[in-house]
Design a protein around this ligand. Structure first.
Ligand code: TMP
Length: 212
């Protein structure tokens, strides 16, 4: 390899856990150290597929649950060439949600197994680290009302949380649980420590394939 590759680092968690705030703080802190780092998020709503997903989430359209699940996955696959290029060039990617959201959210719907939900994302670039921002439903409720989009209610979020717990039992993925009930700064300190370790380790490892 001409240069050391970047790390693929994902933040996951239920709504209100602070994923987006922490992703932004992490990117800023790493960039300030002079590192090549960029943020990505899924769904990436700006693409044609992303716009279909966005309309669905905003209740402006209806889609079969299977259809939207596959669109979420296709939205990740369409960005794989870009992700691989950046990682090979040495840029670390900090990603707000990934295939784990896909599996945890759809399998919270009636009639969907976790195995079925994972299938379309098999073989995606495997994250070097997935940090799960852990926050109890009670603490999430204290952080204010849920928004207006689909899935933003406490019953659904509890089911999502249970599915994440199932996913975290898989030792083929490097999970790190972060206590998201701490202050924003303390959560940030934990996240940066784990990220720096992951960046240093990833340099010497080939990029893996998820769930394969
Ligand atoms: P956002 O609020 O982080 O933009 O995420 C939009 C919603 O989409 C959120 O409720 C989680 C859900 N989601 C899925 O159902 N499947 C997926 O694959 C992803 C990435 C998100």
């Amino acid at each position: 390899m001409a240069c050391k590759r970047g790390a693929l680092i994902v933040l996951e968690g239920v709504d209100k856990a602070g994923k987006t705030t922490q992703c932004k703080k992490l990117v800023q802190a790493l960039q300030q150290e002079g590192r090549a780092v960029e943020m990505m998020r899924f769904p990436e709503r700006t693409t044609a597929i992303g716009q279909l997903i966005s309309a669905y989430l905003e209740n402006k359209s209806d889609l079969e649950d299977q259809t939207v699940h596959l669109l979420f996955s296709a939205n990740r696959w369409e960005l794989v060439p870009l992700m691989k290029k950046k990682l090979e060039q040495g840029t670390t990617l900090i990603v707000d949600r990934y295939a784990f959201s896909g599996a945890a959210f759809t399998s919270a719907k009636p009639g969907f197994s976790l195995d079925w939900c994972k299938k379309p994302d098999e073989g995606l670039p495997k994250p070097d680290l997935v940090m799960f921002l852990q926050l109890s439903p009670a603490e999430a409720a204290l952080r204010g009302q849920f928004g207006e989009e689909r899935y933003e209610n406490s019953v659904f979020q509890k089911a999502v949380q249970q599915n994440y717990e199932q996913l975290m039992k898989d030792p083929s993925v490097k999970w790190q649980v972060i206590n998201a009930s701490q202050s924003i700064e303390d959560v940030h300190k934990d996240i940066i420590t784990h990220s720096l370790n992951s960046i240093n380790t990833a340099h010497n490892l080939p990029l893996g394939a998820l769930w394969k």
